[in-house]
Design a protein around this ligand. Sequence first.
Ligand code: GP9
Ligand code: MN
Length: 415
Amino acid sequence: DGSELVEIDNYVQANQASVNSEMFGKYKGRNVILVQLESLQSFVINNEMNGEEVTPFLNSLTNDPDTYYFNDFYHQTGLGKTSDSEFLVENSLFGLGRGAVFFTHGGNTYNSMAEKLGKNGYFTNVMHSNNDSFWNRDVMYDALKISKFYDVNDYTVSDENSVNWGLKDIPFFEQSVDMMTEMPQPFYSRMITLTNHYPFYLDEEDIMIPEYTSDSGTLNRYFQTVRYLDESIKVLFEELKEKGLYENSIIVLYGDHYGISENHNNAMAMYLDKEEITDYDSALLQSVPLYIHIPGSGDGQVIEKTSGQIDLRPTILHLLGINTSNDMQLGADLFSEEHQDFVIFRDGRFVTSDYVFAGEKCYERPSGEEIDIAACKPYIERAQVELNYSDKIINGDLLRFYDEETGNLKKEAVK
Ligand code: GP9
Ligand code: MN
């Protein structure tokens, strides 16, 4: 009932990070383009593979004057993979510990980023060339109040321009930007890439670097599909410039979840020149890149804040000058002075600037040495509280009782 919501609301209010007054509303009215980079992990960024640069374009963005690059940012997904990352970004809540919230709670009431943007005059949409029912997206996108889903039927897909799971990322971006030129502005488009997906296959003509040379074919091919993904982002930027959509947009790029599972630890250890991949290493390998690219901002930086996907909703809405102080969200604005270096994984692991908690053990950063669990204790509890609150909101469909306009409980909740 509503009483649980009172407790959660108090917690959310008490832990809210104040906005950065210099950044709040600074880019009001711009189009917002989010790009979910399929299976892209941070370990390839600014790194080489047998002497080859893996992500030349994304590397150049890390010190671009218009880009905030976050190098200690993590995915927080569970079994719902891509769909969990969508859920985190839209709602600033966690997915579920079991199953995929997109399937189990597609009929809930939410207060998504898309819904907020829609109320603020944005045309909201998702662009992804797959069937609309995959991950139950057609149902969940209604609940998230996304106005339009450009799915496989909106794209021209043929044998020539598809591979592996479907349309290749380069034609995907070309066709998507064409469609963007027809959209009412301002728009919010969340684009989901596909080519860099397990089992990481490419057509011969799209291979730009050789395979890696480990005993894992998966990791070996991963570098090649990542290289292709990098190229496709370059094409996206070029197309946006060519079509006149670049200057008036904010472009946010982030990895959706890991691409290389722990089954490939031996090969990964070889690549990273380590003896073995420990629990500590595995946790840090969950880092995915985040770029907030703002044409003309000139204020680009590398930002080391420990953070995660749950933080994107407040960050983006605040850049656009949209208030979230009444919203039931668990993330914090990345530009806030009060943002804390702390990211909770769906399975209860966490990372701070000083510690990693994994395998029920506490490790110090950056040495990776195990230390007394006491150092991690306060964070362990906080992680459990936040995961639990998020679960309660979803399992109880509690947002149906909440009026985000006023920050009050609706009358029917208070019996
Ligand atoms: C499917 C695509 C992949 O449309 O988003 O989903 P994933 O397997 O990465 O969760
Ligand atoms: Mn994915």
